[in-house]
Design a protein around this ligand. Sequence first.
Ligand code: R5P
Length: 272
Amino acid sequence: MDFGMRNRLSKIFNPRTGKTVMLAVDHGYFQGPTTGLKDMGNIIPLIPHADCLFATRGILRNCIDPKIDTSVCLRVSGGPSILGELSKEDITTSMEEALRLNASGIGMSIFVGAKNEDRTISNLGRLVSEAERYGMPVLAITAVGKDMGRDARYIGLACRMAAEIGAHIVKTYYSEGFEEIVASCPVPIVIAGGKKLPEMDALQMTENAVKAGAKGVDMGRNIFQSDSPIGMIKAVRSIVHKGLTAAEAFDIYQKSKKSGVSENINAAMEKV
Ligand code: R5P
C-alpha cells in the first residue's frame, strides 16, 4: 500500500486508536430532506466530534466550511430516489471531483440480493481499480436487499463480497453473530446506525459491534435525530475510542443533554 493510500486511511481511522467515528450525513442523496438534515446547519456543531464526515459533493460545496479539521469521505454513488429501485445506483461523482474536494476516501453502495446486484458489484470493481491509481480508499456500503434478512449469513456474504472485489473498508449493519462477520471479512468493518433507536439501544449496539471487532461507526440518524446530537456523538465516541460501556456512554449523553452545553465548534478541543 502506498503512502497516499495509507495517509488517507489515517485521516479516516484515528491513528491513536485505529478506530473511527464517521458522521454520516449523505442521506439526502436518495431520501431528500431527511429529518435532522433539513437544515444542514444543524450538523455543523457535530463535525468537530467526528473523525470523518461522510457526505455528498453538493453538501460539501454548499454547506461545509472547507477549514474543518475533520476529514471527508465522499459519497460517489446515487441515481434512484427512495421511490425507485435503489439497486439501479451508478457512480455519480468522478475521481477528479473526489481529489478536488480533498476527500480522504470515497463511498458507494452495493445491493447484494437485490435486482441489480451484479451492476452494483461491477461498479464497485471499476471504482476500486480507478481509486487505487490515486491512492484513494473505497468504502463499500452493504445496503440490504428488500427480501434479505439482516442476519449474519446475509451480511457476511455482502461484506465478504465487497472485500473480495477490493473495497478497503466495509460499512454494514450490526447483526447477531457479528464476530463471525468480522472474522470472515479481511478489511475493516464500520457499522451504520440504521433507523433511529432509543439512545441506550443505539449505544448498546455500538458497544456490541466494537466488542465484536468493528473498527467504529459511520452513523447518521442515531446521532442527528437524537434529542441531544452532541451528547450522542460524544457518547458514541467514548465507546469507539475509549472502550466505555454503553451504560457509561449513556451517562455522557445524559449529562450533555442536561447541561445544554452550547453545542459549538469549540468542542473540537474535546476530541480524543
Ligand atoms: C444511507 O443513507 C447512507 O449510506 C448512510 O450513510 C448510512 O446508512 C449511515 O447512516 P445511518 O446511521 O443513519 O444508517
